[in-house]
Design a binder for this molecule. Structure first.
Ligand code: FES
Ligand code: MG
Length: 577
């Protein structure tokens, strides 16, 4: 529905700022109220800086300053930078789950890009869901795109020792519950874990997604690990601002960068860094936007050959600062060598292999070499199937206990996480160390929003008896900073009729990670009998949560909305004047 006067032969932004007559007048004139002069809109590339800054997303709170560095870079390269906000997603504050809003943020990003006079975009994100949301939206719009992540905080320091975001919080709180740490010490630790701008310091979801944006070729090489407060974070942002202007001139959109090789690289890098299980859901959703085939089983198959190289919490010992100083993602790419597609394209205009050709590994304790890995190949994501999870479930093997990887126990089933919390500390809870704890109705549709409840706290009486890990099963997720033998993302989820809904307390459940199985020992005819009971139907409601429940897909395909898969491009929309 193009107006006959619209200039579609030049840059996209020219369809706004390049017009003669009243509409060009309106578009330019109103921008002048910010003090811009006319050369800013003379046909040079107009670059959006898509900022997820928010005081309510503390991991992203410094991104206003990072945007200034991007603007310098854009101006240096002869472009016009225009910063704009989207909703932001703060993992620690948002209820019921930041994940509920990932797809909403992706829609905000995509529609903001398409509706505005932009030729390219620099995405500024950091906290867990913000990076995948921005990538999903930007890939659907398919404008030239550079991802700049906000960088991790400086290492937490508690009483002379490093303490990592998330992982140490879970550890300390278990210590308090077990009576081995005082509440005063616990309170003191609060300020010690978050002592600078930036996202979580462990290889949780934010660090993982930053590394994977780099592995996909959508961020500048070496950018993921640099601490938020390191001057090089701002230098990289400045460089990104310059680079995006050239990308617009080269017409280098994500669809010419990403293909199957990029995603295979990302899955393998995730295995090598001990990446978060959440990356499975996000990468599947991102691949769906990019129209690249990627399946849940790819995560197991591709990771099977990849050793764990990066010794970071929660799978290892160190934090993101050490990872940055050791060489970050480029050093991992070099170490992985022929396990990656070196010829995969990137936003630099060079291949991943070319970008990382000169990378050095400066600390082989933090980034191991393939000959002496932290864990042998196959220790990362295992994809399980069985009569409990016909469409799959995942377990992070490197965060699990070796002795529980083959385990049969009696199920103790909770219909809600609240129910579990109410009972977890009861001395009468019918559990022993072999019990399999199950919390359902925590999937994408059932909660809704697939919260990170999977790493259920060990019941108090077992904790006091010295139990540190148990088999736990859920259709929800767990924080990337967590550890434990936890079966996650069970699909289909219980709320949409997955067989997890049929499991009862007292049933025997067998986890067999080497065989990639998760099964309940309940005969098929008994399962059919249980399934014939009255179904709980809840299609009532309104608002965004209703939209989410109606349209969210299952975890095994990335929990995106069914109507958002694929690229919709960036054709100039109809004008309104
Ligand atoms: Fe934002 Fe961990 S809470 S990255
Ligand atoms: Mg997290």
């Amino acid at each position: 529905m193009m107006h006959p006067d619209d200039d579609v032969s030049g840059r996209r932004s020219a369809a706004w700022f390049g017009l003669d007559g009243k509409l060009g007048f309106v578009h330019r004139s109103k921008m002048y109220n910010q003090g811009y002069s006319s050369p800013m809109f003379d046909g040079r590339p107009v670059i959006g800086i898509c900022n997820s800054w928010s005081d309510l997303a503390p991991c992203n709170a410094h991104l206003r300053q990072v945007a200034e560095a991007v603007k310098r870079g854009v101006l240096m390269a002869g472009g016009t930078p225009l910063e704009f906000p989207t909703i932001s997603l703060g993992e620690t504050l948002m209820r019921p789950s930041a994940m509920l809003f990932r797809n909403l943020m992706a829609m905000d990003v995509e529609e903001s890009l398409r509706a505005n006079p932009l030729d390219g975009v620099v995405l500024l994100g950091g906290c867990d869901k913000t990076v995948p949301a921005q990538l999903m939206g930007a890939l659907s719009a398919d404008l030239p795109t550079v991802m700049v992540t906000g960088g991790p905080m400086l290492n937490g320091k508690f009483r002379g020792r490093d303490a990592g975001s998330g992982t140490h919080v879970w550890r300390f709180s278990e210590e308090v519950r077990a009576g081995r740490m005082s509440t005063a010490d616990f309170a003191e630790a609060e300020a010690c874990l978050s002592r600078s701008a930036g996202h979580c310091t462990t290889m949780g979801t934010a660090s993982t997604m930053a590394c994977l944006a780099e592995a996909l070729g959508l961020s500048l090489p070496g950018s993921a690990a640099i601490p938020a407060v390191d001057a090089r974070r701002h230098r990289i942002a400045e460089h990104a601002g310059s680079r995006i202007v050239s990308m617009v001139e080269e017409c280098l959109a994500p669809s010419s960068v990403l293909d199957r090789r990029s995603f295979e690289n990302a899955v393998r890098v995730s295995a090598a860094i001990g990446g978060s299980t959440n990356a499975v859901v996000h990468l599947l959703a991102i691949a769906g936007r990019a129209e690249v085939e990627l399946s849940l089983d790819d995560f197991d198959a591709l990771a099977a050959e990849v050793p764990l190289l990066v010794d970071l919490l929660p799978s290892g010992r160190f934090l993101m600062e050490e990872f940055a100083y050791a060489g970050g993602v480029p050093a991992v790419v070099r170490e992985l060598g022929d396990l990656l597609h070196a010829d995969a394209a990137t936003i630099t205009g060079r291949s991943l292999g070319e970008n990382c050709a000169g990378a050095e590994n400066w600390n082989r304790e933090v980034i191991r070499c393939r000959a002496e890995p932290l864990r042998e190949p196959g220790a990362h994501t295992a994809v399980l199937r069985g009569n409990l999870a016909p469409d799959g479930a995942v377990i992070k093997v490197s965060a699990a206990s070796e002795e529980l990887l083959r385990h049969t126990g009696t199920a103790l089933v909770f219909d809600t996480i609240e129910e579990y919390h109410e009972q977890a500390d009861s001395p009468d809870l019918p559990v022993d160390a072999a019990t399999v704890l199950v919390v359902r109705n925590a999937g994408p549709s059932g909660y809704p929003g697939m919260p990170e409840i999977g790493n259920l706290a060990i019941p108090k009486k077992l904790l006091e008896a010295g139990v540190r890990d148990m088999v736990r099963i859920t259709d929800g997720r767990m924080s990337g900073t967590s550890y434990g033998t936890v079966v996650l993302h069970v699909a289909p989820e219980s709320a949409v009729g997955g067989p997890l809904a049929l499991l009862r307390t007292g049933d025997r459940v067998t986890l067999d990670v080497p065989a990639r199985r998760i099964d309940m020992d309940v005969p098929d005819d008994e399962l059919r009998r249980r399934a014939s009971g009255p179904a709980k139907a809840d299609d009532t409601g309104s608002g965004y949560a209703w939209l989410y429940r109606e349209h969210v897909r299952q975890a095994d395909t990335g929990a995106d909305f069914d109507f958002l898969a694929g690229r919709r491009g960036h054709a100039v929309p109809r004008r309104h004047l």
